[in-house]
Design a protein around this ligand. Structure first.
Ligand SMILES: Cc1ncc(COP(=O)(O)O)c(C=O)c1O
Length: 404
């Protein structure tokens, strides 16, 4: 017999997943009930209402896609885009490439524009590309963990509306820890995940859809044989996925409760608790806490004499990319952080692989003590790897930043 799972204690200070809030872990172990139990459908309705507040929207169509954040992205793109329609993806990191990849598999005609990693787009550059490409949908990451950049979205909704374009954003890494105003910014579709600033495990993807987005999805409505009533009619070309057909998922979460998948009950409990935790503390207070912890970590790594990657003015609150000092083996140092101190920090992808570590301060881990412990450990690991680091420089700078 293998032993029951019993992982060692870890402090997860990478770009996500992070340690789940104990309230979420308790919610996950709550007994199961049937999917049409009125208590369960009541929880579903409450979850919709809670996530409307998290996304800052009045969108009726605010729910969960069962799966990791990528499931939410795939559901949004495959449901909003018909084969052959043009999709514009501004790429400023690995996850922009993912949106383009998923749109391509949804058989869209995909157009990309790019800036170097570490930068974001100006609204003018995006508008220029919209005018040139004339897309049906603009798909844009908000916070790209691969570069730590946070793309300003506040002007893009109005630009998209002016040109008759739908705006979708992947807010997986940013939602909860950075400003996000779905309605005020005119965003038509947004998706997220639990494992970053929302303090949960991965496996549930909150999603919100504007009325305009729902209209597009309803234009492809299909009800499965066996559920369909005589008055039900299919509309247009169906979504080329059954599981990710948001029209069917909406019919399941809506008043008809038409059977689709079996709702992932435990993940719904977790997602509901994640939202309750944010709203208990206050949406703005949670963003402010991420800003304060992120600023302290930034000051701390600089206090250790390390260089930060990318345009810091556009950095997400919840993650920083730190250049690996010359002569230090990045993977060996990460290994020492994990083995000797029980602290996980992140590696990086593509052009940044071997060049930077990514250190997160998010969700339940966006706190002063986690910042100090990580910096103190990093100082020792760097010293033992032969790097010259100012003694106590990281902790002192983080304390000073936190106090300010
Ligand atoms: C911006 C962004 N989008 C999408 C994903 C994919 O999320 P998941 O692994 O939950 O499918 C991630 C994960 O790191 C991410 O940071």
């Amino acid at each position: 017999m293998t032993a029951p799972v019993n992982p060692p204690p870890r402090l997860l200070m990478g770009p996500g997943p992070v340690n789940a809030d104990p309230r979420v872990l308790r919610a996950l172990s709550t007994p199961l009930i049937g999917q049409y139990d009125p208590v369960m459908t009541g929880y579903m309705n409450e979850t919709m209402a809670l996530y409307r507040e998290v996304f800052a929207t009045t969108n009726e169509a605010t729910l969960l896609v069962d799966g990791t954040s990528r499931a939410g992205i795939e559901a949004a793109l495959v449901s909003l885009v018909r084969p052959g329609q043009r999709v514009l993806v501004p790429v400023f990191g690995r996850f922009g490439h993912l949106l383009a990849e998923i749109a391509l598999r949804a058989q869209a005609e995909v157009h990309t524009i790019e800036v170097p990693w570490g930068q974001v787009f100006t609204a003018a550059a995006v508008e220029e590309a919209i005018v040139r490409v004339r897309p049906h949908l603009l798909a844009m990451v908000q916070g790209d963990t691969s570069t730590t950049m946070n793309q300003p979205l506040d002007e893009l909704g109005a630009i998209c509306q002016k040109h008759g374009v739908l705006l979708y954003t992947d807010a997986t890494a940013s939602l909860g820890g950075n400003p996000f105003e779905m309605d005020a910014w005119g965003i038509d579709a947004a998706t997220a995940g639990l494992q970053k600033c929302l303090s949960g495990p991965s496996g549930s993807a909150p999603i919100s859809l504007s009325d305009a987005a729902v209209e597009v999805i309803r234009g492809r409505r299909r009800i499965e044989a066996g559920l369909r009533e005589e008055s039900d009619e299919d509309a247009g070309e169906p979504v080329h996925s059954n599981y990710f057909d948001l029209g069917m998922v909406l019919d399941y979460w809506g008043p008809r409760r038409l059977n689709h998948h079996t709702e992932a009950t435990s993940m719904l409990y977790a997602a509901r608790e994640c939202a309750r935790i944010i709203l208990d503390e206050g949406r703005q207070a949670v963003i402010d806490r991420h800003e304060r912890a992120g600023r302290a970590m930034l000051a701390g790594v600089r206090g250790l004499g390390l260089t930060v990657f990318g345009g810091v003015a556009h950095k997400m609150n919840n993650v920083v990319a730190v250049e690996i000092p010359d002569g230090v083996n990045g993977d060996a140092a990460r290994g020492a952080m994990l083995q000797d101190f029980g602290i996980e920090i992140g590696t990086s992808f593509g052009p940044l692989h071997g060049r930077v570590w990514r250190i997160g301060t998010m969700g339940a881990n966006a706190r002063l003590d986690t910042v100090l412990v990580t910096l103190a450990a990093l100082e020792q690991v760097l010293r033992r790897a032969g790097a010259r680091v100012p003694a106590g420089g990281g902790v002192d700078a983080a304390y000073a930043s936190w106090a300010a």
